[in-house]
Design a protein around this ligand. Structure first.
Ligand code: 5IU
Length: 265
C-alpha cells in the first residue's frame, strides 16, 4: 500500500510530525540538510541558502563556537520564511530526569528553538517521558535512533526492534525513527529518517564511500528505494560539495585548503 505524505500526515499523532509530512507534500522535498559547522555565521548562511529546498534543517549546536540566543532567533526567522523544521541532533542518552534538564536548560536551551530532537532508546522510555515533560505545552517531538550509519556501531536487530516498539508506544512525542533499512512493520504515521547519504558519480546502489572516520554513505536512490527512507539526511554531500566550495572560495568565504581537502574524498 502506497500512501502520500499528505495522507500519512493524517496518521501522525504528534503535531510536528503532521506538519513535517505536510511540508514534504507542499514543498515536494524529502531532503534534510545536516549542518555540521563550527560558526553561527556559517549555520545561518547554509539555512538561508538551502531553506527553499529542504523540509528539515539538522543542527549540532554544541559544535558551534558562538551559538547564542540571537543565533537561535535568526534561525527561527529563516525557518519561518523558508518553511522548514529544525532538528537538533542532540542524541539524548541519559535517564529521564537528566535529559529533561539538558533539553530544557543549559547554555543551549534546546527546547526553546528546536522543533525536534534525536534521542537514543538505550536508557528506556523514561528518556522520552523526560523530554516530553520538559517541552511543557510547546509543539515538540523526537526521532528515536533505531539504527546508525557508522561502521562498527553496537546496535543489534533486537535493539532496533525494541526501539520500534518504544516509538509505537509514544506516538504523541516520537515523530519517527533514524534508520538505515526499511522498517516494514512501522506504522505509517512515523517518519523514517536516513543519514549517511550523498551523491556519487559512480555506483548508485551500494555503499560507495567513507570519510576515514567510519561514516558509511549510500546514494539517495539506495536510501529511498532500498532502505525505505522518507527523509534523506545529507551533510557534507551538500555543505562540502566541490562546486559549492569553489564558489565560496571565489567569494572568499572558505580557503583553498578546504576545497583541496574535499577533492581527496
Ligand atoms: N548521523 C549519521 N549517522 C547516524 C546518525 C546521525 O551520520 O547514524 I543517528 C548524523 C551525523 C551528521 C550527519 O550530522 O548525520 C551526516 O553527515 P554527512 O552527510 O556529512 O556524513
Amino acid at each position: 500500500m502506497k500512501l502520500t505524505y499528505g495522507e500519512r500526515s493524517a496518521m501522525a499523532v504528534n503535531s510536528v510530525g503532521k506538519a513535517l509530512f505536510q511540508l514534504m507534500e507542499e514543498k515536494k522535498t524529502n531532503l534534510c540538510v545536516a549542518v555540521d559547522v563550527t560558526t553561527a555565521e556559517e549555520l545561518l548562511r547554509i539555512a538561508a541558502e538551502t531553506g527553499p529546498y529542504i523540509c528539515l534543517f539538522k543542527t549540532h549546536v554544541d559544535a558551534v563556537e558562538n551559538f547564542t540566543e540571537s543565533t537561535a532567533k535568526s534561525l527561527l526567522e529563516i525557518a519561518q520564511k523558508e518553511k522548514f523544521i529544525i532538528l537538533e541532533d542532540r542524541k539524548f542518552a541519559d535517564i529521564g530526569k537528566t535529559v529533561s534538564l539538558q533539553y530544557g536548560g543549559g547554555p543551549m536551551k534546546i527546547v526553546t528553538w528546536a522543533d525536534l530532537v534525536t534521542c537514543h532508546s538505550i536508557s528506556g522510555e523514561n528518556a522520552i517521558i523526560g523530554l516530553k515533560s520538559a517541552s511543557k505545552d510547546l509543539p515538540r517531538g523526537c526521532f528515536l535512533v533505531a539504527e546508525m550509519s557508522s561502521e562498527g556501531n553496537l546496535i543489534t536487530p533486537s535493539y532496533t526492534k525494541a526501539t520500534l516498539e518504544m516509538a509505537e508506544m509514544h506516538p504523541e512525542f516520537v515523530v519517527g525513527l533514524v534508520t538505515q533499512s526499511i522498517m516494514k512493520e512501522t506504522s505509517c504515521g512515523l517518519i523514517q529518517l536516513t543519514p549517511g547519504v550523498r551523491i556519487s558519480s559512480g555506483s548508485v546502489h551500494s555503499i560507495f564511500a567513507t570519510d576515514g572516520l567510519g561514516q558509511r554513505w549510500s546514494s539517495p536512490e539506495d536510501a529511498v528505494l532500498t532502505r525505505g527512507a522518507d527523509i534523506v539526511v545529507v551533510g557534507r554531500g551538500i555543505t562540502e560539495a566541490r562546486y559549492i566550495l569553489h564558489i565560496l572560495c571565489e567569494k572568499g568565504h572558505v580557503d583553498e585548503a578546504m576545497v583541496k581537502k574535499t577533492e581527496d574524498y
